[in-house]
Design a protein around this ligand. Structure first.
Ligand SMILES: Nc1ncnc2c1ncn2[C@@H]1O[C@H](COP(=O)(O)OP(=O)(O)O)[C@@H](O)[C@H]1O
Ligand SMILES: [Mg+2]
Length: 305
């Protein structure tokens, strides 16, 4: 089942004459953690706001949980953590959850039932009676995720959930997301933090200047490059020189070298040459591009086109 799909979604802000979204078509299956990536101003927040009904598209259409966007009932199945949210600072953590759950129409009975479990999941049970002005950014984001879960949604929209959160806080957020996925939730994350997304998302799409420039699994977007790193016990310079015919490019560091090879036959030629010269090989590791490297490459191509 599709958690959401958009068709040719376009949003032009007439005030600023900005095309925030330009014919975006994408589909997300249920049960996935989907990452929408893109630089600041790419249109990520605009897309979420259209899906939630906060903004109207200029043209195009979208469906959530197989219903059109104007279906009111489907809103009960959506959780939302906005970008740069600001909860009233005089509230205690537990009160924030009460307040937003009541706004979503959750019964007092369900609030009492869900609150302790969610506070425990985001590791804030002991902090529920502390005013949130004492919370760190990471704690506020975790509280925000609990808030977004209070109506027990099927699909969760998180806009930049780890922005401004320290590494330990980010890890805690990732743990919560994995747990939610194991419970069958679909999670849609907007992020400009690529390494973050690489660690948790199973599907990603890249948005640039309102246009979808690439989509697929993280695996597909970070396909191996032609670089191989050879770890050895020392390579004399004259042996490095002998390797040159076999590789497109050779970079030599103390006990390792990086060879860009046209194919795996060249990798084997290098191994033969090293061994013939009594070089001891400790390991050979194909270099995998990070999502960030792929992302920059894709955006560069987009500029050229
Ligand atoms: N309400 C608005 N009025 C006019 N322009 C807007 C409005 N909201 C966003 N924009 C513009 O639309 C573009 C996309 O913004 P946004 O969706 O917030 O990007 P992102 O979330 O990827 O950083 C930006 O150029 C932004 O300035
Ligand atoms: Mg944004």
């Amino acid at each position: 089942m599709l958690a959401l799909e958009t068709q040719d979604l376009t949003k032009i802000f007439r005030s600023g004459k900005v095309t925030a979204l330009d014919g975006v078509s994408l589909a997300v299956d249920t049960g996935h953690i989907f990452g929408l990536l893109g630089p600041n101003g790419a249109g990520k927040t605009t897309l979420i706001k259209i899906l939630l009904g906060i903004l109207y598209p200029t043209s195009g259409s979208a469906r959530i949980l197989e219903h059109p966007l104007n279906n009111i009932q489907v809103k009960e199945k959506i959780g939302y953590l906005p970008e740069n949210h600001r909860y009233p600072e005089f509230l205690k953590g537990g009160q924030v959850l009460d307040y937003f759950a009541r706004l979503s129409g959750v019964s007092m009975q369900d609030i009492q039932k869900r609150k302790p479990a969610l506070l425990e999941m985001v590791n804030l049970l002991e902090w529920q009676n502390t005013k949130i002005k004492k919370y760190s950014k990471g704690m506020l984001q975790r509280l925000g995720m609990a808030q977004a879960m209070m109506n027990d949604p099927d699909i969760l929209f998180l806009d930049e959930p780890t922005d401004g959160v320290d590494p330990i806080g980010r890890r805690a957020i990732r743990d919560v997301l994995r747990r939610l996925q194991s419970e069958g939730k679909t999670i849609f994350i907007n992020s400009h933090l690529l390494s973050e997304v690489e660690m948790i998302c199973d599907q990603v799409a890249i948005l640039d200047k309102g246009r979808l420039v690439s989509s697929g699994t993280v695996e597909e977007l970070t396909s191996p490059s032609k670089k191989y790193r050879f770890q050895t016990v020392g390579i004399p310079d004259d042996v490095v020189a002998k390797l040159k015919p076999f590789a497109l490019k050779i970079e030599h560091y103390n006990n390792s070298l990086e060879a860009t090879c046209a194919n795996f036959y060249s990798v084997n030629d290098i191994i033969d040459c090293l061994r013939a010269n009594n070089v001891v090989i400790k390991s050979i590791v194909p270099h995998k591009r990070t999502l960030e490297e792929s992302f920059i490459e894709i955006l560069k191509k987009d500029v050229i086109n």
